[in-house]
Write a protein that binds this ligand. Structure first.
Ligand SMILES: NC(=O)c1ccc[n+]([C@@H]2O[C@H](COP(=O)([O-])OP(=O)(O)OC[C@H]3O[C@@H](n4cnc5c(N)ncnc54)[C@H](O)[C@@H]3O)[C@@H](O)[C@H]2O)c1
Length: 273
């Protein structure tokens, strides 16, 4: 898929990877809707894009975990630019630690990292199937293929995001629906910085940040957006800005017990008991 001239929605577009994606799609002459809980931030990114020659963008305040707000987002996009060609389910939260994490925190992780993708697909699929075309980009994480040391809610919900993206592709691929799943390790955004600056108040996030910074390069969001553009052109399912994630994933599949033993050793280095 060539994003040129397409109508693109990016959730979580006020910051980090989403903001970089929005700018990168706009540079391809896409018309971009930036949706975020941070409505002022979404509008600011839209203004940055609209200020450029041939830039077309709209910022929308939206909680992607609420069905009616997702419906409103898609409606606002259609009113402004026409039907959605590419939906980037990118908003995400890295919260919680273990089974003792309060239910509302588990629910938040499921809501933003998984249910938001289901809600978007629910509203987009009827039109996409009628037109025989539509592209769903899921921002999951390397944690969705491997695990997230320090955060069970993140590991579990990112696995679920990968599973949902796979399922969409298997189920609708023959009817013109394309799906890609972005699975980075560390990216230089506020999500990672939060983990680096918790001062002991969020040990799960601190451990998660330590793992990603110690096991691979921390990429700039713009570099991730560049990899995404090229993967979308090839319509590749799995998008891995850190290529070593493929090796880790293959090792996991080929010898699960050995992989788990290695992850335990890594965990005990990061979180001494
Ligand atoms: N930064 C990393 O190291 C990293 C690694 C792998 C995957 N990811 C994933 O990348 C995606 C983007 O994260 P980021 O690193 O750019 O973080 P970020 O915190 O910079 O951006 C996340 C954005 O999502 C928005 N958001 C959160 N809850 C929302 C909701 N309910 N409705 C609408 N918007 C909401 C936030 O306001 C924020 O603007 C996430 O899904 C994250 O899990 C990040």
């Amino acid at each position: 898929m060539d994003p040129g001239g397409k109508v693109v929605v990016v959730t979580g577009g006020a910051n980090g990877i989403g903001r970089a994606l929005a700018h990168r799609f706009a540079a391809e002459d896409a018309r971009v809707v930036i949706a975020d809980l941070d409505g002022a931030g979404a509008s600011a990114v839209a203004r940055e894009i609209a200020a450029a020659p041939r830039g077309h963008a709209l910022g929308v305040s939206c909680d992607v975990t609420v069905d009616a707000e997702v419906a409103r987002l898609i409606g606002a996009t259609e009113d402004a630019f026409g039907p959605v060609d590419l939906f980037c389910a990118n908003a995400g939260v890295a919260v919680g630690q273990d089974p003792g994490t309060p239910d509302e925190v588990w629910d938040l992780a499921f809501g933003v990292n998984v249910r938001a993708h289901v809600l978007a697909a629910r509203h987009l699929l009827p039109g996409w199937l009628e037109r025989g075309a539509g592209y769903f980009l899921s921002t999951a994480s390397a944690a969705g293929l491997l695990t997230q040391i320090g955060s069970a809610p993140y590991a579990v919900t990112k696995h679920a995001a990968v599973a949902f993206a796979e399922w969409l592709s298997v189920t609708y691929g023959d009817r013109g629906i394309r799906v890609s799943c972005l699975c980075p390790m560390g990216v230089n955004t506020s999500l990672l910085h939060h983990g680096q600056s918790t001062d002991g108040t969020d040990p799960g996030a601190a451990a998660a940040a330590a793992v990603v910074t110690q096991t691979g390069a921390v990429l700039e969001p713009e570099a991730v957006a560049e990899v995404v553009i090229s993967a979308l052109r090839d319509e590749r399912f799995l998008i891995l800005p850190h290529p070593e994630v493929l090796t880790f994933f293959q090792r996991k599949a080929s010898d699960y017990d050995r992989w788990i033993a290695g992850m335990r050793r890594l965990r005990s280095r990061i979180i001494p008991s």
